[in-house]
Ligand binder design. Structure first.
Ligand code: BDR
Ligand code: CA
Length: 321
């Protein structure tokens, strides 16, 4: 279980919005105790030009003007960019057309912002990674001294069992497996929120209806995004709705008690084309290698959705004040 309670540590979010990233950002905006200091974006679900714009659109919709948004790396370290428009829509927010943001993109490169912010911070910070790990890996390579300024990385990525982009690999790790390997081997405390958990956090029709009831603009937006986004998972997995991958990370940061974890040795497959991007989780300690990752294995999904509805409601209410 995490030693952090979310009240005394600043947070950075690195993301590739993306429908579920957008909802994760809204959950963070509804949770001021997270002390969110900045958002960096990466090419992933859709190219960087869209992910950075979408992050600003979501800030604008939520009237969050004090959290700067940065563009980081547009492609993985070695591989070419794999995107997921078939899940997130052509520009990353499904069929929803939000207004062009007035919030400007911060001019600094996202990687440099991460490094500068971490080094300037008196206390170690937490980082939520919701997309491929390219930005954080490059930051670690460029300035390894940031390691001691990172209290914890909570990442959406990997799986102990099956993948979603290939039978073996989860999308974020598959996209940039070399970056994932750098982060996991860096010595920073990593919490891995994989598909095994996020597939337990399904937006069932009942939960979706509760989100829609929150009303305009937040409830309506989130429900509309999810309805569209769920088609893929319903068809592919026979789920009742979409899994909320990235919001699980933010929920963990707010209340880790909603989750069960186990410390394991994890490594990333980077050699085989067939299984590249697989996270090999040594669940039973067979390798004898020291655990390097806190692997999340279960979520209290009712508790998670109750929290999500509460926080989105709080955000929506704030916009009507
Ligand atoms: C992850 O990949 C992306 O499509 C989602 O935004 C999430 O971060 C799930 O595999
Ligand atoms: Ca994502």
């Amino acid at each position: 279980m995490s030693q952090f309670n979310g009240f005394d540590t600043d947070l950075l979010i690195d993301c590739d919005p993306g429908v579920d990233d957008a909802i994760a950002l809204l959950l963070a905006f509804g949770s001021p105790e997270l002390n969110l200091r900045g958002i960096t974006t990466v090419g992933g679900n859709v190219p960087l030009v869209h992910t950075q714009t979408n992050a600003r659109k979501i800030c604008e919709l939520a009237q969050v003007f004090n959290v700067p948004v940065f563009a980081g790396c547009g492609r993985p370290i070695l591989r070419s960019l794999t995107t997921a428009e078939y899940v997130h829509g052509a520009t990353g927010l499904g069929q929803v057309n939000l207004l062009e943001p007035t919030i400007e993109l911060s001019p600094q490169h996202g990687v440099d912002f991460l490094i500068e912010t971490l080094l300037a911070s008196v206390k170690p910070m937490r980082i939520a990674t919701l997309g491929p790990l390219t930005n954080l890996a490059i930051a670690l390579v460029k300035s390894p001294e940031i390691i001691e300024k990172i209290a914890q990385v909570v990442m959406m990525g990997g799986a102990t069992t099956h993948g979603n982009v290939t039978p073996s690999a989860e999308f974020n790790i598959y996209c940039d497996p070399h970056a994932a390997q750098i982060v996991m081997n860096s010595g920073v405390p990593v919490v891995m929120m994989g598909l095994d958990v996020t597939h337990q956090a399904i937006a069932t029709p009942g939960r979706l209806a509760k989100i829609r009831q929150i009303g305009d603009p937040i409830g309506t937006l989130v429900a509309t995004l999810l309805e569209d986004y769920s088609h893929h998972d319903i068809q592919q997995y026979g789920f009742e709705g979409a899994p909320l991958h990235d919001p699980c990370v933010v929920a963990y940061l707010i209340n880790p008690m909603l989750f069960e974890t186990r410390k394991c040795f994890v490594e990333v497959e980077i050699q085989s084309e067939v299984t590249i991007g697989r996270t090999i989780v040594d669940w039973y300690g067979v390798s004898g290698r020291a655990p390097n990752v806190e692997v999340v294995c279960a979520v209290d999904s009712e508790g998670f959705y109750a929290m999500l509805c509460d926080r989105l409601t709080a955000l929506n209410d704030r916009l009507h004040r």
